[in-house]
Design a protein around this ligand. Structure first.
Ligand SMILES: Cc1cc2nc3c(=O)[nH]c(=O)nc-3n(C[C@H](O)[C@H](O)[C@H](O)COP(=O)(O)OP(=O)(O)OC[C@H]3O[C@@H](n4cnc5c(N)ncnc54)[C@H](O)[C@@H]3O)c2cc1C
Length: 297
């Protein structure tokens, strides 16, 4: 099943993102999370694509297993980092063979330093819109792309960033998922500007549950989204009390999600870090997932 068949309906949905596990213990933890989230009926489950060979094999394996062994719609991420076009074709072929019909086509960051110089493979691709075209040319895939509510860190300004997103949609992207952010304004502005540019594809907000001090600071560092001063001050007072921090952080994340849903957002995409507890709690607080549909039915 394609992701576009699962998003954009009358009821808002949620989706979950995992990382390929590094070892057996990580694999067991990931599958515990998947099995706990599965009954909540996420619209889809995605698996990120890493920089190295073995991690890349684990993406193919994990996404394939989600497609074959669970009731979930699976999406594999794919990046252009260190790949020739021939290698990219091969990975896309592996996805198809594993029954995966949904691909998130992102350029990826230079290995080691995400903000280091980007060097394309000599026989590879330069930008994500080319990867979108490649995936689309190889089969009947549903393709998602990345979007940045505050602009990609390498973009000179929000206007040129928007034009790059529009180019990815014109290349064939069916939907976009945003980088994480902590207050809704940038996301809502981007949604309006994308629609004004004539792109009607669903834009799903990427949500990182604020459960620890590390998530509070690391998120904005990696994403380029600002850390709202009021929010930081409010949470930093719990720096020495992890339990109180988590409670306050989860309240703030719930407020952010509720505001987005009130603004008509059709789906929330949760960065799970291969855990299930925070996502489950948010889904239940917001009345999303299987319980909501059961109540409506
Ligand atoms: C939801 C989501 C999931 C992600 N999953 C992964 C993952 O699994 N693995 C991973 O390694 N990374 C992942 N990333 C991170 C992503 O790879 C990086 O943010 C990367 O730096 C940008 O990827 P992109 O697809 O937006 O690139 P692009 O759209 O190619 O943009 C990269 C930069 O180039 C600029 N640009 C684009 N086209 C042109 C052009 N024609 N001319 C000039 N400039 C241009 C853009 O404005 C931007 O500054 C994810 C990000 C998000 C939001």
């Amino acid at each position: 099943m394609k992701i576009t068949d699962r998003i954009g309906g009358d009821q808002p949905v949620f989706s979950v993102e995992f990382m390929p596990p590094k070892d057996d213990a990580g694999e067991a933890e990931l599958w515990r999370a998947i099995r706990r989230l599965e009954p909540l009926d996420p619209a889809f489950a995605s698996v990120t694509y890493g920089a190295g060979g073995s991690s890349r094999d684990r993406t193919v394996r994990t996404t394939g297993r989600i497609a074959s062994d669970t009731t979930l719609v699976a999406m594999a991420h794919l990046t252009a980092v260190s790949h020739s076009v021939a290698e990219l074709r091969h990975v896309i072929g592996e996805y198809a063979a594993a029954g995966i019909r949904n691909v998130l086509a992102v350029r990826g960051d230079p290995p080691g330093d995400p903000l280091g110089e980007w060097v394309a493979h000599p026989e590879g691709l330069m930008y994500a819109d080319e990867l979108v075209s490649l995936v689309r040319s190889l089969g009947d895939f549903c393709v998602g792309v990345a979007a940045f509510p505050y602009g990609h860190p390498r973009s000179p300004d929000e206007d040129s960033d928007l034009q790059r997103l529009v180019a990815k949609v014109r290349a064939g992207a069916d939907f976009a998922i945003t980088q994480l952010f902590l207050e809704p304004d940038g996301f809502l502005r981007l949604r309006d500007r994308l629609a004004a540019a004539g792109c009607e594809v669903p834009l799903l907000p990427g949500i990182m549950p604020l459960t620890t001090m590390r998530t509070l600071h690391r998120g904005p560092e990696l994403s380029g989204a600002p850390l709202p001063p009021g929010l930081a001050e409010g949470l930093e007072r719990y720096a020495d009390d992890p339990k109180a921090f988590r409670e306050a952080g989860m309240d703030l994340t719930t407020e952010l999600c509720a505001r987005l849903l009130a603004e008509g957002v059709g789906g929330l995409h949760f960065y799970t870090f291969n855990r299930s507890t925070a996502t489950t709690e948010l889904v239940q607080r917001l009345g999303l997932g299987a319980r909501r549909r059961a109540v409506v039915a």
